[in-house]
Design a protein around this ligand. Structure first.
Ligand code: CIR
Length: 251
């Protein structure tokens, strides 16, 4: 079965980090309601949902994706690039340690999970202000996987610009990411700049309702739509709000 780790929206979300967006008012109740819908859709896809409580000390803590990279054999706890986010990892490490052996990215490395795209058994890591070269070396050493750095420019994370949407296809915004490392994949170009962030769960895609022109290009792919525009004001997308892991069924 699949377990999805999620965390309630922090009441301090209005003080979130922002890099490429201008601050606009965030409606906390609306963000919570959209987040509940997101959890319901994940549950409808067969995920068992872990709901961690909000923490007002961490405005961005709903974006659990940035705190860890979870493989079938190990969980890597990140060291987020934004200092305000470093303390978010503690609660996540505690939960993950129930399911995986846990290893940690250490200083001077910084890494946001949003910068890590795992394709088959290889890591692609966005070279952004949040994630550095030292993190690539540590990821290689801690996981034994191949790790490729990818040039990203103009957006927050690698997965703002490229995500997987099927067995063989990636959704990409070429304005923001160098697609050369993804040779061999079928590339679907976004029609809306923020439309490249999709969440693949098994062979279904969870996707924001806000990007109909890109959605139209996902024909043949089974898509579940969610409203995600309130948390998008905090620079978050659909991958950011969960960590999904395979867990063997108990017999
Ligand atoms: C941040 O800047 O860290 C948050 N406001 C948004 C993080 C979104 N996370 C993600 O794309 N993985």
């Amino acid at each position: 079965m699949k377990v999805a780790i999620t965390r309630d929206v922090s009441p301090s979300i209005t003080q979130c980090e922002l890099t490429h967006l201008v601050r606009t008012p965030i409606d906390y109740e609306r963000a919570c309601s959209q987040h509940r819908q997101y959890r319901r859709v994940l549950a409808s896809l067969g995920c068992s949902i872990i709901e961690l409580p909000a923490n007002a000390s961490y405005p961005d803590s709903v974006f659990v994706e940035d705190t860890a990279v979870v493989l079938d054999d190990v969980a890597v706890i990140t060291r987020p690039g934004a200092e305000s986010r470093r303390g978010e990892t503690e609660a996540i490490a505690e939960v993950l340690s129930r399911y995986r052996s846990v290893v940690k990215i250490e200083a001077p490395a910084t890494l946001d999970g949003g910068d890590v795209l795992v394709l088959e058994d290889r890591f692609y890591v966005g070279m952004t202000p949040r994630s550095n070269e030292a993190a690539l070396d540590q990821l290689r050493r801690l996981t034994g996987r191949e790790v490729t750095g990818v040039r990203v420019d103009g957006c927050l994370h690698l997965k703002s610009a490229v995500t997987r949407v099927s067995r063989d296809a990636l959704l990409v915004n070429r304005e923001w990411v160098d697609v050369a490392p993804f040779a061999g994949w079928r590339l679907i170009d976004v029609e809306e700049p923020f439309g490249a962030n999709a969440l693949l769960v098994d062979d279904l895609v969870l996707y924001p309702r806000a990007f109909p022109r890109t959605l139209a290009k996902l024909d043949g792919i089974d898509v579940r739509l969610v409203d995600a525009d309130e948390l998008a004001k905090a620079e978050g997308g659909v991958t950011c709000c969960s960590l999904i892991l395979n867990v063997p069924e108990r017999t």
